[in-house]
Structures are given as structure tokens and as C-alpha cells.
Write a protein that binds this ligand. Structure first.
Ligand code: ZN
Ligand code: FE
Length: 255
């Protein structure tokens, strides 16, 4: 049975997600920018929160953890490598570990680059991956701690997931990301169509996430670093794709 997925806007431009398995009555929250909108979403559905899965230590992803734990008794899961800078963990996990929701398995993936210790959670049976500030809609997170090579390794592994996987990322940065994308990949019709759809969704007040991985592969410039138009835009026709990615990420920082 598929999982129910709820995208919850938090703060000015963050997202938390709820996953719910109706058969077992299990609900999991991925990241807690602040507790109030998540408690409202739980109450509206009469769901009891069982677990909180944290992607990384930045305040805009964890500041609501203690309030949500206090209100629900949820069990908090996060990276063992970052336990010293996360809220107290009930379960410390590492890449390669497995978690469960009902009869679905979640694989813990290393998604370092934005921070070292950033995790992603991939549920192959449900076709979901929670990427927070690693792979984002139309882009990727800034490289605060990792090298470009480390983020490129993360992006390459995420790009190899099944293309129908829904990418659940952590911010509403899509239109800004797509403006940069259009500046380096202007002749990509799929990208232009995506930018139009994103503008329409935002005009209706709707989130632009989650996004099927196939759409990211066709339009996200950081996943297209190996494609001829992006190589040409960066003036790197023959460089390794990781180097083209590094140039794209640096250009986005200056954009
Ligand atoms: Zn972050
Ligand atoms: Fe963030």
C-alpha cells in the first residue's frame, strides 16, 4: 500500500514532510523547521507522530524538534556523525542503515556536500527520497562544508535512483534556481515549461515540491553538468563532469 505524503510549508521558505502508513497507523516527520504547522497537519488528519527523521543540523531543519518531541513523544533519528550538533537523538544512524515505516524500508544515504553528515532517506518501495538541502528542486544546496567533489558524488548517486522517485527537498527555492538554470541552459524546452509551471504553482500559493527525479534529470543544471549545453555555458567542453558541476555551483553563488 502506498504511503500518504504531506508537504508542510514552515517558516519563510522551508518544507517539512509527513509520511503516513495507514495499514500500521505509523506517521513519520522529516525535518522540523518549526513545530506548530506540523502539529496542525497531524491534528487535521488525526495522525499520531511516531518518529522524526533529521536530514542535517542547520537550525532551519531542527529548531522545532524539541517542541514536536515534547508534544508527541516522537522518537528522534539523525546522523551519528552529527550527534554532537543535533538535538538529542533516540537513534543515531549512518549511511547504509535501514529504517522502516509500516512494511516499507527506508535506506539511509550519505548526502554530504551542503554539510558533512547530511543524510537523505530513500524509500524504494514508496518511490520517495528526502533530500533536504542536497539535491533541491532545480538546483542543489550551497557548499557550506563539503567540496564540490563531495556534492557531485552525492548528486551522482541520487541521480541514479529510479526516475519516477519523488524528490522531497527542503526549501521553496525553485523559482530562483530555475532563473539561474535558464541563464545557463536557455534552449532547454523542458526547463522553460517547468519554469512556467513553477510560476503558476507559486501564483496559486502551492509548493513546487516534491518533483519526480525524471524532471530534475531533464531540467536541473547541476544534474546536467555532463550535457553539452551546460559544458558550453561554463566554457568547459572537455572537463570532467565534476569540474563542470563545480563551475555551475560557483556561478550560482554569484548569480
Ligand atoms: Zn541547510
Ligand atoms: Fe536549509
Amino acid at each position: 500500500m502506498p504511503l500518504d505524503l504531506v508537504t508542510i510549508p514552515c517558516r519563510s521558505d522551508n518544507y517539512a514532510y509527513l509520511m503516513h502508513d495507514a495499514a500500521s497507523g505509523t506517521t513519520i516527520c522529516v525535518d522540523v523547521p518549526d513545530a506548530a504547522p506540523i502539529l496542525d497537519a497531524l491534528a487535521a488528519r488525526d495522525w499520531a507522530l511516531g518518529q522524526i527523521w533529521i536530514t542535517h543540523h542547520h537550525g532551519d531543519h531542527v529548531e522545532g524538534v524539541e517542541a514536536l518531541r515534547a508534544a508527541t513523544g516522537a522518537h528522534v533519528v539523525g546522523a551519528a556523525a552529527d550527534a554532537h550538533r543535533l538535538p538529542p537523538l533516540d537513534q543515531a544512524v549512518a549511511p547504509g542503515d535501514r529504517l522502516a515505516i509500516g512494511d516499507q524500508t527506508a535506506l539511509v544515504l550519505d548526502a554530504s556536500g551542503h554539510t558533512l553528515g547530511h543524510l537523505a532517506y530513500h524509500l524504494p518501495g514508496a518511490g520517495l527520497v528526502f533530500t533536504a538541502d542536497s539535491l533541491m528542486a532545480g538546483g542543489c544546496g550551497r557548499l557550506f562544508e563539503g567540496t564540490p567533489a563531495r556534492m557531485w558524488d552525492t548528486l551522482t548517486r541520487l541521480a541514479a535512483l529510479p526516475p519516477d522517485t519523488l524528490v522531497c527537498s527542503g526549501h521553496e527555492y525553485t523559482q530562483s534556481n530555475l532563473r539561474f538554470a535558464l541563464s545557463v541552459d536557455p534552449d532547454n524546452p523542458a526547463l522553460r515549461a517547468r519554469a512556467d509551471r513553477a510560476a503558476a504553482a507559486r501564483a496559486r500559493g502551492e509548493p513546487t515540491v516534491p518533483v519526480p527525479l525524471a524532471e530534475e534529470l531533464a531540467t536541473n543544471p547541476v544534474l546536467r553538468a555532463d550535457a553539452a549545453p551546460l559544458r558550453a555555458a561554463m566554457g568547459l567542453p572537455d572537463a570532467p563532469a565534476a569540474q563542470v558541476f563545480a563551475a555551475l555551483r560557483a556561478a550560482k553563488d554569484r548569480f
